[in-house]
Design a protein around this ligand. Structure first.
Ligand code: GAR
Length: 213
């Protein structure tokens, strides 16, 4: 089994989608080996516990981005030994060193159609507030590989979701989670675990033969 570390900071609905998917149809030969939270009170940790997955807390208090990256590397190398790192609502910026070490092995889910409404400071409800302020008719979600540029890495999958008249940020967030995020993230993890993804010149290619196996 290919070992997956899932990094979280909040409610963990994307983690739950991965857990549910792994129980129903499997993760293409991957298993969630551990969950690491940047916050000790994250509800995602309870979800991990309920699923019998080992949880760790690594708070960033008083640490620089580089120091946090080093601690995270240590924790993963010593305790988890993952082949894939999934950011499922993980709200800390990862150091360039960490991104390099796990190059093309870190997957992030972002709640917009990148390159819209992304980058530094764009996370959680702020993304949906910005989309509504701009008046876009569609938004959606993106799963991508992580590099040192926030939300800048190669795009794996995207799905569009309609914006409705009268949407609040919370309503739009929920629709995008239900219709896009919770479907795309398990799908991208399955593709990775089946060895169907490759990166060339900053773009992701999907091997359809391996994807269908
Ligand atoms: C999700 O909408 C995820 O896409 C977003 O945070 C939420 C976490 O929810 N991530 C970002 O904004 C990253 N830039 P969850 O804890 O319920 O999965």
């Amino acid at each position: 089994m290919l070992r997956i570390a899932v990094l979280v900071s909040g409610g963990g609905t994307n983690l739950q989608a991965l857990i549910d998917s792994s129980e129903k149809e499997g993760l293409g030969g991957g298993e969630i080996a551990a969950v690491v939270s940047s916050r000790k009170d994250a509800y995602a940790l309870k979800r991990a516990e309920a699923a019998g997955i080992k949880g760790y807390v690594l708070s960033g208090k008083g640490l620089t981005t580089d120091e946090y990256g080093s601690r995270l590397c240590e924790l993963l190398e010593n305790e988890v030994k993952p082949e894939l790192v999934v950011l499922a609502g993980f709200l800390k910026v990862l150091s360039a060193g960490f991104c390099k070490k796990y190059e093309n092995r870190i997957i992030n889910i972002h709640p917009s159609l990148i390159p819209s409404f992304c980058g530094d400071g764009m996370y959680g409800l702020k993304v949906h507030e910005a989309a509504l302020a701009k008046g876009v008719r569609v938004s959606g979600a993106t799963v991508h590989f992580v590099d040192a540029v926030t939300d800048g890495g190669p795009i794996i999958l995207q799905k569009a979701v309609e914006v409705h008249e009268g949407d609040t940020p919370e309503v739009l967030q929920k629709r995008i989670m239900d219709e896009a995020e919770h479907i795309l993230l398990p799908r991208a993890v399955r593709l990775f675990c089946k060895g169907a993804l490759s990166v060339k010149d900053g773009r992701v290619f999907i091997d359809e033969n391996k994807a269908e196996e």
